[in-house]
Design a protein around this ligand. Structure first.
Ligand code: AMP
Ligand code: GLY
Length: 429
């Protein structure tokens, strides 16, 4: 089979790495890819949002299966674009329909969906541009901290948590009235603060059957000790020590099954990955958010733990035979450490040479933001490289990754050297 992966981050390199191992694979293409994906297949320099160029590529390269990495083309309707095209409509594309992608593309849509299907989540209300005063009045009925969410996609930055009513009122005004996140904040969801410990569940569904993939926990803040600005993710670990079998069973029964059934009941086509951000509150799961794709850097720990041929899994999903898959998962812990450019998540410089990539490591080295120029691998993004290692416990897995991270260098390199420390208290001594 010929496979095309859309995207250019660490997530897509992890997909490419797994797919490249499949016996079912003939040729692998990644668009646009990065210097790492070029080691697994052929990069094609087209944008994930240029549907006409994607169409040409699929037809020219005789692609048999497409995997969509990021949310943007899904929310813009790439799956519907395929289904409406005579020549593309029978080529499986892994990702939900535009309607299904609204689970991520609109916080208000996803909250309404959860409420309709009895899925546990924080209480909320949504306010539009002409409802600022009502929004402020609602904030005054809540206790701090206050959680404000831009309805639309805001590159992971659209959630504001404020401890102070006056500040929350000001933030709401900024979002609704001054469109702080552009059109994405022309509607704002205000919700109850959930006090617990966060993790993420991952599901692959064809809208009928589903597979629970390994869960993961990511590290969002830039600074040691979970301080400073939010990032796309500074590292991740799977499995999650406080998500035991009983807890994950609750996730499946109270959240995953009602979600898949809900999609079915509402005739929302969904053949793809579903990433469920969860809060564990005293052993009970609540949904913080849905994403219509895999997470980054969560994919860099989730996929490597899957021993079953990923391409076979996707082919079965696309042909309505997902229930034939017996998923084999590594018992070991996978831990990934993200190496980022100095200054990230604010402004940073790119174009620095990366050294140490030619060595063999006991880790998987996934490129996140890199490019090849004159036979040199250069930094080309905020998040640059994700290093994943396996061990029998998370401390050793992170230590192995830190070891590799210390041997890969570029100007301004930064990473969090405390990853995993917060979870050691959950490990059985
Ligand atoms: P989201 O983009 O919805 O994942 O939100 C970003 C982050 O804000 C989440 O990963 C949580 O850490 C936090 N968050 C979102 N909603 C809530 C909530 N209702 N209670 C507590 N924390 C939240
Ligand atoms: N790591 C969070 C995300 O992919 O949205």
């Amino acid at each position: 089979m010929n496979v095309l992966i859309l995207g250019s981050g660490g997530r897509e390199h992890a997909f490419a790495h797994q797919i490249a191992k499949s016996n079912l694979l003939n040729k692998l293409y990644i668009a646009p890819g990065n210097a790492g994906t070029a080691l697994c297949g052929n990069n094609i320099n087209i944008s994930v949002n240029d549907f006409a160029a994607v169409r040409n590529c699929v037809l020219e390269k005789k692609i048999n299966l497409v995997i969509v990495g990021p949310e943007d083309p899904l929310v813009k309707g790439i799956v519907d674009f395929f289904k409406a095209d005579e020549q593309l409509k029978n080529i499986p594309i892994i990702g939900p329909s535009k309607k299904g992608a609204q689970l991520e593309g609109s916080k208000d849509f996803s909250k309404q969906f959860m409420i309709r299907h009895g899925i546990p989540t924080a209480q909320y209300q949504t306010f539009e541009r002409d409802q600022l005063q009502q929004g402020i009045a609602f904030l005054q009925t809540l206790k701090p901290p206050y959680v404000l969410k831009a309805d639309g996609l805001a590159a992971g930055k659209g959630v504001i948590i404020s401890n102070n009513l006056q500040d929350a009122e000001q933030q709401l005004t900024e979002m609704l009235q001054n469109l702080r996140f552009g059109n994405a904040s022309s509607k704002v969801v205000i919700e109850e603060f959930l006090d617990g410990i966060e993790l993420s569940a991952f599901v692959l569904t064809n809208g009928k059957d589903y597979l629970m993939l390994p869960e993961a926990k990511d590290y969002k803040r830039i600074g040691v000790g979970d301080t400073g600005l939010n990032t796309g993710g500074m590292g991740a670990v799977s499995p999650v020590p406080f998500a035991g079998k009983d807890f994950m069973k609750k996730v499946e029964e109270k959240i995953v099954i009602p979600t898949v059934k809900g999609l079915q009941k509402e005739n929302i086509p969904y053949m793809g990955f579903l990433f469920i951000g969860l809060m564990n509150i005293n052993g009970e799961p609540y949904v913080i958010e849905y994403n219509c794709r895999m997470g980054d850097p969560e994919t860099e720990v989730v996929l490597p733990r899957i021993k079953t041929d990923l391409l076979e899994i996707l082919v079965k999903a696309a042909s309505g035979k997902l229930n034939e898959i017996n998923l084999e998962i590594s018992e070991q812990t996978a831990a990934t450490v993200m190496m980022v450019s100095g200054g990230y998540p604010e402004s940073y410089q790119s174009g620095f040479e990366i050294s140490g990539l030619e060595q063999e490591y006991q880790s998987l080295v996934f490129h996140a933001g890199t490019k090849m120029q004159n036979n040199q691998v250069l930094t080309a993004g905020g998040r640059v490289i994700a290093v994943t290692s396996f061990a029998n416990n998370l401390t050793d897995a992170f230590d192995k990754s830190f070891d590799t991270v210390n041997k890969i260098n570029f100007s301004g390199k930064y990473f969090r050297n405390d990853l995993g420390k917060d979870l050691e208290r959950y490990l059985i001594k």
